[in-house]
Write a protein that binds this ligand. Structure first.
Ligand SMILES: [Mn+2]
Length: 318
């Protein structure tokens, strides 16, 4: 990927037209907020733009996407990926586009061969910070709707500004969203202050089944698909579940194991003295220092064995 500057990308977007935004597999608030905001901003500038209809979009984020999505990718469209850390995280249905991604806007400093050109800034807590800079560079009008999409992106990727990835720039970006009319309380209410009973039942299950190792420093939690079915939890209920173990007092490394179609999914959340990305790198995964993930062949048992191996490889005594 050729690294460009924000002004270069702004000039490119202003000169060209016909844009399709792609969001990542199992889309979260950051990728969706970024796609919605960039799409809205480009349209406000008179451009043709749409967000590709990711088959995994969920109900919670649907309001941000209303009227912006398309099922089609025109032959001559310029394809932009937002918050997609690696080629294998392209959404289901567009895997074939892997070698024709024109522009990547992201804050994950990995898989740097992915996309032809773009801007990757690993110091940004959320990709939403980058999109806000880009929209302002283009002099795109940031209205209430765009501001709320960006606020959602930034707030969800920072656990509502509680995580170690938050910088002064992150907080300033949130303030700019508020200046532009974002109803931050309304977004927070949906994203952070509301839980379905099914989620609390899952929390109760995890409370009883989480395994503690290394004198309580390491917590390993497992969510088999059968448990998801039993409680009727949806992806929206558990989009922040990876942080479950790490929130327990004394836990420095919280691990969440789940079953996916690709295999056993491992999510790792760490205290500042440990590096989640390095732990997951042992298993071919990656992410940020405080939050990272990997997927290994097999199911939860294989994922558990793999993460124990990765922890040992990182000097964690079990
Ligand atoms: Mn992100």
């Amino acid at each position: 990927m050729k690294q460009r500057t924000i002004p270069e990308i702004a000039a490119y977007l202003l000169q060209n037209d016909n844009y399709i935004m792609l969001t990542h597999r199992r889309p979260d608030g950051d990728t969706i907020g970024c796609a919605a905001a960039l799409c809205g901003g480009l349209r406000a500038l008179g451009k043709t733009a749409a967000v590709w209809e990711n088959p995994q979009f969920t109900a919670k984020f649907r309001p941000y996407l209303d009227g912006l999505t398309t099922d089609a990718i025109p032959e001559d469209a310029i394809i932009i990926v937002v918050d997609i850390a690696a080629a294998h995280l392209l959404p289901y249905g567009v895997e074939d586009y892997v070698n024709r991604i024109d522009l990547r806007l992201d804050h994950h400093g990995r898989d740097m061969d992915f996309a032809l050109a773009g801007f990757v800034d690993p110091s940004a807590a959320a990709c939403g910070e980058i999109i806000l800079d880009l929209l302002e560079q283009m002099n795109a009008p940031v209205d209430k709707r765009i501001a709320e999409a960006l606020y959602c992106a930034i707030a969800t990727d920072t656990g509502c500004f509680r995580y170690s990835n938050v910088t002064a720039k992150t907080l300033r970006a949130a303030a700019r969203c508020k200046d532009c009319g974002a109803d931050t309380f309304a977004v927070n209410q949906v994203m952070f202050l509301t839980k379905r009973l099914a989620r609390l039942q899952l929390d109760a299950f995890l409370t009883q089944t989480t395994e503690f190792l290394s004198g309580g420093k390491v917590a390993i939690s497992q969510i088999p698909d059968a448990v998801i079915a039993q409680f009727g939890v949806t992806e929206d209920d558990i989009d922040d579940i990876s942080g479950f173990g790490r929130e327990i007092e004394g836990v420095k490394i919280g691990v969440m194991l789940r079953e996916t179609r690709e295999g056993g999914k491992i999510s790792v959340r760490t205290a500042p003295e440990y590096d989640a990305a390095a732990i997951c790198a042992v298993l071919g995964g990656g992410g940020h220092r405080a939050a990272a993930g990997a997927t290994v062949p097999g199911g939860i048992a294989e994922a558990r064995a793999a993460v124990l191996r990765a922890l040992k490889a990182n000097g964690v005594e079990l």
